[in-house]
Design a protein around this ligand. Structure first.
Ligand code: AVJ
Length: 332
């Protein structure tokens, strides 16, 4: 038998090579970019969990509220339910809130929850949260460490033959996709479902610019740390020498594109070496690296993209105060 450290470190090396290739590609585009999925190493994930507790970042709380108050209605639509498929379960708290709120609807059902995430740490945490739920009925948990697309294929192949499936894409994670990407991704979800299955999607809504900017440039600097941690990660994993002190966090509302953008702005001209990516870049003073887009929707725009992807509206619930929508659609 091989020592288990061998496949592990081979996988880790492969992940770093992919990261290096992506950094080399995106950082040399005009404008310079880095893919937002790399924000979530262990520290980045912990910082994101902290963001969710900030008073200025209302997505998580608004959604939790709606799941708790509307969980029974959501599950009544999807009755009889056999399978949950959650894309990006995070800590598992969202699905747990839904199950607890809708416990009366689920009574006596035989249920499996498929959790899909690239992060093993997230899957571990979510699985533990859901196993600790002590729900009646107990829910079988299947974790898929995979991209959303690959995980959807696996989950669809292993869904329960009886009952409907309810796919969950929560937390406004759809906001990281540009419009063509969101369209394509919703079609991936639809392709994994059968007629009569459901999708529940959480979307942050367009709101006044000042509120959006506070959510993405908070007075405590947690979001700035979350953003700059991407450079910490590149320094550690790719041997780079980004000087953290000379990068400023910037959030901007791009009204024409309906998105909040996060950037890292070089405070002065500098050279950065990224050995594992065989890359050396010179950043001009004031030059920005674009690290994330968070698209914001209007309620009817959410419906339009879902309808285009082969779904029809079951119900939409809006948290007016926090500007957030939960939309439940049925696969047609
Ligand atoms: C997890 C992608 C939904 O875009 O609001 C939070 C990530 N970025 N603060 C979002 C994030 C900055 C978050 N999503």
């Amino acid at each position: 038998m091989r020592p288990s450290v061998v496949p592990d470190s081979a996988a880790a090396r492969a992940a770093i090579q992919t990261f290096a290739g992506d950094v080399a590609y995106y950082l040399t585009l005009t404008p310079r970019q880095l893919p937002s999925r790399y924000l979530y190493d262990a520290l980045g994930s912990a910082l994101f969990e902290a963001i969710c507790e900030l008073p200025w970042y209302r997505i998580t709380r608004a959604e939790r509220n709606l799941l708790a108050s509307r969980g029974d209605e959501i599950l009544a639509h999807a009755d009889p339910l056999g399978t949950f498929i959650e894309l990006g379960p995070g800590s598992g708290e969202k699905l747990a809130a839904l199950v607890l709120a809708g416990a009366a609807q689920l009574h006596g059902a035989r249920l499996t929850a498929h959790l899909i995430d690239v992060s093993a740490a997230a899957l571990d945490l979510a699985s533990r949260t859901l196993r600790a739920l002590d729900a009646n009925p107990s829910i079988e948990i299947v974790a898929h460490q995979a991209t959303y697309e690959a995980g959807l294929v696996q989950a669809a192949a292993r869904r329960r033959p009886a009952g409907r499936a309810l796919a969950l894409f929560l937390g406004s994670n759809i906001g990281n996709f540009d419009p063509p990407g969101a369209d394509a991704f919703l079609r991936h979800i639809r392709a994994a479902l059968a007629i009569g299955d459901f999708l529940l999607i959480g979307t942050d809504l367009v709101k006044p610019e000042a509120e959006l900017l506070l959510a993405y440039d908070d007075p405590l600097g947690v979001t700035a740390a979350f953003n700059r941690n991407l450079l910490v990660r590149i320094n550690r994993e790719l041997g780079a020498d980004f000087d953290l002190a000379s990068f400023r966090h910037r959030a901007v509302w791009n009204d024409a594109e309906s998105r909040v953008e996060m950037h890292l702005v070089a405070a002065r001209r500098q050279q950065v070496r990224i050995p594992a990516a065989f890359l050396e870049v010179t950043l001009a003073a004031g030059e920005a690296i674009w690290t994330e887009s968070s698209y914001k929707y209007r309620p009817d725009a959410v419906l339009r993209i879902l309808e285009r992807a082969g779904f029809q509206l079951a119900e939409q619930w809006i948290h007016e105060e926090d500007g957030f929508a939960l939309t439940l659609v049925e696969a047609t």
